[in-house]
Design a protein around this ligand. Structure first.
Ligand SMILES: [Zn+2]
Length: 286
C-alpha cells in the first residue's frame, strides 16, 4: 500500500496535462499569467529560467524550477520573435515561436494534442549550438556546459538530432535527475515521431532513464506511477510487447493502480493494443 494514495496525485498531473500543461518532471504546477486574458499553466521544475514571449513582443524572463521548457508561448495564438543571448558564447539571436492555444487532450505518451506546439520550441544557439534553456547559468553549470558543448562528442550529435535530444544530453552532462531527463528524451521523441528509426532511438533513451529511476532509491510516489505507466507505453511503442504485457498485467493487479477507474481504463486500453501487436501512437480515451 506504499503508493496507495499516489494514483490520485498522478491523476491530478494527468488532468494538468489534459488541460494543456506540457509534462515536465515536476511535483507541483504553477499558473502563469498569459499576456492577455488567458493563462498558461506550466509545471514547476528545477532550477532555470523560462523566456516567455508576451503577445506584445516584450519578453518576460521568469524563474522556473527545471531544466526543461524554455520559450513558452502565451495562449493567444499569434507568433513572435524573441531576443535570446547564448550564455556560453554570448551570441544574440532571434528565436521564432509559432503556436496556437488549441489543446484537445493527450496521447498515451503524454504528447498534448491539438495545434499547440508540443513540445514547446526551445532555442538553439546558431554559433555554438547550445540549447538555451536558461540565459543565466550558475558558474559551475556554465563551466561544465561550456566544456561539453565544445567537445567533439556534442558537436558530432548536433547535426542529426532534435533540440530536446540535445537538451537531454546537456542535462546528463550536468548530472541532473534521471526522471527529469527521461521526460526530456520523451519530448524529443515527439519531435521526430514521423521518423520511426530516430523516434525509436529517443524512446529507448527515455525508457533507459525511466528504468534507472525505477531501480533507484530516489523514488517519489506519484512519479513512480507515472514512470511505470509511461515505461509500459514506451515498451509497446518499441514493439517490446512481452515486457509491456508483463508490466501492465502486474500494474493491473496492484492495489496502487486498481483503485482508479481512469488508470484501469488506460491499462485495459494498453492491454488491448498489446494484444493486437499495435505499436503506433494512440490518444488517451477519456
Ligand atoms: Zn552559443
Amino acid at each position: 500500500m506504499r503508493f496507495a494514495k499516489n494514483v490520485g496525485v498522478w491523476l491530478i498531473c494527468l488532468s494538468f496535462f489534459l488541460a494543456g500543461v506540457q509534462p515536465g518532471a515536476t511535483d507541483t504546477a504553477v499558473v502563469q499569467p498569459g499576456s492577455t486574458d488567458t493563462t498558461v499553466e506550466r509545471p514547476a521544475t528545477t532550477a532555470t529560467t523560462v523566456v516567455q514571449p508576451s503577445a506584445t513582443g516584450a519578453t518576460v524572463v521568469q524563474p522556473s524550477a527545471t531544466g526543461t521548457a524554455v520559450v513558452q508561448p502565451s495562449a493567444t495564438g499569434t507568433a513572435t520573435d524573441t531576443d535570446v543571448t547564448c550564455p556560453l558564447c554570448h551570441t544574440s539571436f532571434k528565436a521564432h515561436t509559432d503556436y496556437s492555444s488549441s489543446r484537445l487532450g493527450m496521447r498515451l505518451d503524454l504528447k498534448p494534442l491539438g495545434t499547440t506546439a508540443a513540445p514547446w520550441i526551445i532555442p538553439k544557439c546558431p554559433n555554438c549550438h547550445f540549447i538555451v534553456y536558461d540565459q543565466d547559468l550558475i558558474d559551475t553549470d556554465q563551466e561544465l556546459l561550456l566544456k561539453f558543448v565544445n567537445s567533439l562528442e556534442y558537436q558530432d550529435i548536433v547535426p542529426d538530432n532534435s533540440t530536446y535530444f540535445l537538451l537531454a544530453r546537456l542535462q546528463e552532462a550536468l548530472g541532473m535527475d534521471t526522471y527529469e531527463i527521461a521526460h526530456t528524451y520523451l519530448k524529443a521523441s515527439w519531435q521526430v515521431d514521423t521518423d520511426r528509426a530516430k523516434c525509436g532511438k529517443y524512446l529507448e533513451a527515455s525508457l533507459a532513464k525511466f528504468q534507472a529511476y525505477l531501480a533507484s532509491d530516489k523514488i517519489i510516489p506519484h512519479q513512480y506511477v507515472m514512470a511505470e505507466m509511461v515505461s509500459g507505453e514506451i515498451e509497446r511503442r518499441l514493439g517490446k510487447f512481452e515486457q509491456a504485457l508483463s508490466r501492465f498485467s502486474r500494474l493491473q493487479k496492484s492495489s496502487e493502480f486498481s483503485g482508479s477507474s481512469t488508470v484501469m481504463s488506460i491499462i485495459d486500453y494498453q492491454l488491448e493494443l498489446i494484444g493486437a501487436k499495435d505499436s503506433d501512437p494512440h490518444d488517451i480515451k477519456m
